[in-house]
Design a protein around this ligand. Structure first.
Ligand code: PEP
Length: 254
């Protein structure tokens, strides 16, 4: 069975105080109700990783992730943060290939593949994002587009390495827009991804890999999305900035 995961992507929001308050408020809510079987991930900005990681130490089912890492191992790359630096802070997850990174920072398949490999080499689980634009969906090329994104990157991993990743399907047009894909469309894509994994890596891995949905998940629509057969949780942007909303979303998965 894939692990159920609800991951918060705080993006570039909040200062140190607001970030600590958000984490504190969420942890307080979890003290009242916490399903330890569901992994709660807080993907926070680099400067706050250590502090938030320390705050979460008492709760085994809460882990901290970064939102990016460098495609280079180390050296003269001013401003970059390496996977090994994250490892030295005990960070266990990293988002790779978010559509904002692909679009705004021109991260291509080779860069993303290097990042994934470096994360895995440092025992950090990549949460690998894929998703189509509205244009791709309108011309009915969405399945092909998303499966190609996987084939040109993570499907080139060894079977053993591939088994260590998490996939997040995020239709670009649904991110931060208030529009979600229909449940039918979400299930269709998640099933296609799982079938493709089955064809490449076999049944065992396909049935173990967590495939998250991301794109305007809110407390009001979370349960119906998480109840879909091939959805194993969510990657939550905007709604993760409100501790109460994020807590409600976390409690929408069983
Ligand atoms: C995201 O950025 O990964 C995301 C899913 O954002 P939102 O939930 O705000 O759509």
């Amino acid at each position: 069975m894939p692990q159920n995961i609800i991951a918060a992507n705080w993006k570039m929001n909040n200062d140190e105080y607001a970030s600590k308050t958000l984490a504190y408020d969420f942890l307080k809510l979890l003290d009242k109700r916490n399903n330890p079987e569901v992994l709660k991930l807080l993907c926070v900005p680099f400067p706050f990783l250590s502090q938030i990681e320390n705050m979460c130490k008492g709760n085994e089912s809460v882990k901290i992730g970064a939102q990016n890492c460098s495609s280079f191992q180390k050296g003269a790359y001013t401003g970059e943060v390496s996977a090994s630096m994250l490892k030295s802070l005990s960070i266990e997850y990293v988002i790779i290939g978010h559509s904002e990174r692909r679009e705004l920072f021109y991260e291509d398949k080779n860069t993303l593949f290097d990042k994934v490999n470096l994360a895995i080499a440092n025992n950090i689980t990549p949460i690998f994002c894929c998703g189509e634009s509205l244009k791709e969906r309108k011309v009915n090329n969405h399945l092909n587009h998303v499966l190609s994104q996987l084939k040109e990157t993570v499907f080139n991993l060894t079977k053993n390495d591939f088994s260590k990743i998490v996939i997040a399907y995020e239709p670009i047009w649904a991110i931060g827009s208030g529009k979600t894909a229909s449940n039918k469309d979400i299930q269709e894509m998640h099933r296609a991804i799982r079938e493709s994994i089955k064809a490449h890596f076999g049944y065992g891995i396909a049935n173990k890999i967590s495939i998250l949905y991301g794109g305007s998940v809110k407390p009001i629509n979370a349960k119906e999305i998480f109840d879909l057969e091939d959805v194993n949780g969510g990657l939550i942007g905007g709604a993760s900035l409100d501790s109460g909303d994020f807590f409600d979303i976390v409690n929408s998965i069983s």
